[in-house]
Ligand binder design. Structure first.
Ligand SMILES: C[S@@+](CC[C@H](N)C(=O)[O-])C[C@H]1O[C@@H](n2cnc3c(N)ncnc32)[C@H](O)[C@@H]1O
Length: 262
């Protein structure tokens, strides 16, 4: 059942139309927020960084260029990994950035192998969020830093967002901010800090809606309806917009540290 959810979620993110919808980076706040997250997690030029659920690797490429660090990205979707490797090769960054297919809940890396782990807009989509965090802690060296960005749930989720679309938009599995704090604490992270950056979520949904307008003009109505049920997905997006604008959901940066002795 969990593997089924993961595969459906990964398949959703493989759809080319999502690049039109999200742009090349699939999270609220885009690359500026990625840089901010990496800064909060104190990424340095000698660091080995792991990006969990890296998508097509946009963040990894930007971070290696900006901070000079070496990065490994992992994603459940084989197609995302194929594209990530291709795009990285095209810009000549393959010696510093690698991508591997795998599951956030069973990271294929040795204990203590990274200085920093980041996970953008994805933690809340994992069926077992505590297991994924336990894995992130295992692969971090003692004293290593964790940087998460994710949707924060401030109100009970309306039924219309409890389907797969709510799931892949990172809303249906999202926790209240104290829920994230608690799960990081329970999985053994220390120095937990959170920062509210909710404005980026509304901005992203407005951008998506503008793009939907362009897609609708581009396809005729029949094609639009036939496009893999996307019209249903799009109406869930407007439900998500209403929920976010009414303060039901926000966005946050969450950082923590693997204790030196544990
Ligand atoms: C919203 S996208 C975020 C992509 C990227 N982090 C970004 O911010 O641009 C969510 C990503 O999580 C990946 N994913 C979902 N479940 C996963 C799992 N169990 N393990 C690894 N990746 C997963 C999907 O394939 C997708 O690429």
């Amino acid at each position: 059942m969990d593997n089924h959810v993961k595969s459906r979620s990964a398949k959703f993110y493989e759809m080319p139309v999502l690049t039109l919808l999200f742009g090349s980076d699939e999270h609220p706040g885009g690359i500026p927020l990625t840089r901010e997250l990496a800064g909060s997690a104190l990424v340095g030029c000698d660091d080995r960084v792991l990006d969990v659920a890296c998508g097509r690797g946009e963040s990894a490429r930007v971070l290696t260029e900006h901070f000079g660090c070496r990065i490994v990205g992992i994603d459940y979707s084989e197609e995302n990994i194929r594209r990530a490797n291709e795009l990285t090769e095209n810009v000549g960054l393959s010696s510093r950035v690698k991508f591997v297919q795998g599951d956030a809940e069973r990271l294929p890396f040795a204990n203590d192998s990274f200085d920093v782990v980041i996970c953008e807009c994805s933690l809340s989509t994992f069926p077992d969020l505590a297991l994924a965090l336990t894995e992130m802690k295992r692969v971090l060296r003692p004293g290593g830093r964790l940087g998460i960005s994710d949707v924060v749930l401030n109100q009970a989720l309306p039924e219309s967002l409890q389907d797969l679309v709510g799931h892949v938009l990172c809303i249906s599995g999202a926790l209240p901010i104290d829920g994230y704090r608690d799960v990081l604490d329970q999985t053994g992270f220390s120095a937990i800090r959170t920062r509210d950056v909710s404005e980026v979520l509304g901005d992203m949904i407005s951008r998506m809606e503008r793009r939907i307008g362009v897609i609708e003009n581009f396809l005729d109505r029949e094609q639009f309806e036939l496009a893999n049920g996307l019209s249903a997905s799009f109406s869930s997006i407007s439900a998500a917009r209403d929920f976010v604008l009414s303060g039901g959901a926000g966005y946050a940066l969450i950082t923590g540290k693997k204790p030196i002795a544990n």
